[in-house]
Ligand binder design. Structure first.
Ligand SMILES: [Zn+2]
Length: 97
């Protein structure tokens, strides 16, 4: 959908510039970590991933949604579960350059 150069800068689902997010207080998969100090995360509340996530999570019997992320170190991307609109926002460092 987006070009290689743009990958990791803008959300492939909504096109919004990704935020730089600090992974330091956050452990993933039993503390394995991300292998990166930062992730690029879409914090757009209008993003289809986030909007549709409320429905997806409901199907699994959970309340919450999900946000798109990109790992600049291993070039992986995916979605993370979040509990509410404010989840993770405290660890935003700024915009992806
Ligand atoms: Zn998005």
């Amino acid at each position: 959908m987006s070009s290689t150069a743009e990958r990791g800068r803008a959300c492939p689902h909504c096109g919004q510039t990704l935020a730089l997010y600090s992974t330091s207080p956050f452990t993933y998969s039993d503390g394995l970590g991300w292998g990166s100090q930062t992730l690029h995360v879409c914090f757009n509340d209008e993003c289809p991933i986030f909007v549709n996530g409320w429905l997806t999570m409901e199907r699994y019997g959970r309340v919450g949604s999900q946000r798109y992320w990109y790992n600049p170190v291993d070039k992986e991307d995916g979605v993370l579960p979040v509990a509410n609109h404010q989840s993770m926002r405290g660890d935003i460092l700024g915009q992806v350059a």
